[in-house]
Design a protein around this ligand. Structure first.
Ligand code: MN
Length: 202
């Protein structure tokens, strides 16, 4: 059985950048339902005992009739797990450690990285995600994906994500996705993102 991860902070902890009702609804309704649907899809199969990353990086192990349900719900469970751990009440500011150096050497500057990442989130048509990932060469890669799609399905290791589905911002920001994106930077958890970076490249 897959379990809903513990939210690492209170619903109201990201205020005013991400409001309490949005966090509660997003985590306790949307995220929880993806977990439940993943469990339903895999009921009676041995895949229920596997690690989620193991399944998503090797989707060949999923029976054809369950593929879409696992791609959508498994992808969304994974994506939200990373989302809640990409942000924190103690977040904001600029990256630290080895990640800071790598961002500068890859994107020219933090400001430039921030601009490109924001742009990917703002221009993702419809529901989706913006990502910072590490490819098989250990290089940083920016991307956006639609719906449940995720770099984890494409042989990359995501270390940071921003949810741009309307449910991530609509209660507070209505149609103004760029305002949500601007606020997102105030809660980005560089400590944990740097940790994932160092783990992945070591
Ligand atoms: Mn979401």
């Amino acid at each position: 059985m897959f379990k809903l991860i513990q939210l690492p902070y209170d619903y109201s902890a990201l205020e005013p950048h991400i409001d309490s009702l949005t966090v509660e609804t997003h985590y306790d309704k949307h995220h929880r339902v993806y977990v439940a649907k993943l469990n339903t899809a895999l009921e009676g199969t041995e895949l229920l005992n596997k690690n989620l990353e193991e399944i998503l990086t090797n989707m060949k192990m999923v029976p054809e009739e369950k593929y879409t349900a696992v791609f959508n719900n498994g992808g969304q469970v994974y994506n939200h797990n990373l989302y809640w751990n990409s942000i924190s009440p103690d977040g904001g500011g600029e990256p630290t450690g080895k990640l800071a150096e790598k961002i500068n050497s890859t994107f020219g500057s933090f400001e430039n990285f921030k601009k490109e990442f924001s742009q990917l989130g703002a221009t993702q048509f419809g529901s989706g995600w913006a990502w910072l990932s590490i490819d098989s060469q250990g290089e940083l890669v920016l991307s956006s994906t639609a719906n449940a799609d995720s770099p984890i399905f494409h042989k990359m290791t995501p270390i940071m994500t921003m949810d741009v589905w309307e449910h991530a911002y609509y209660l507070k920001y209505k149609n103004l996705r760029p305002d949500y994106i601007e606020s997102f930077w105030n809660v980005v958890d560089w400590g944990s993102i740097n940790q994932r970076f160092e783990q992945a490249v070591s």
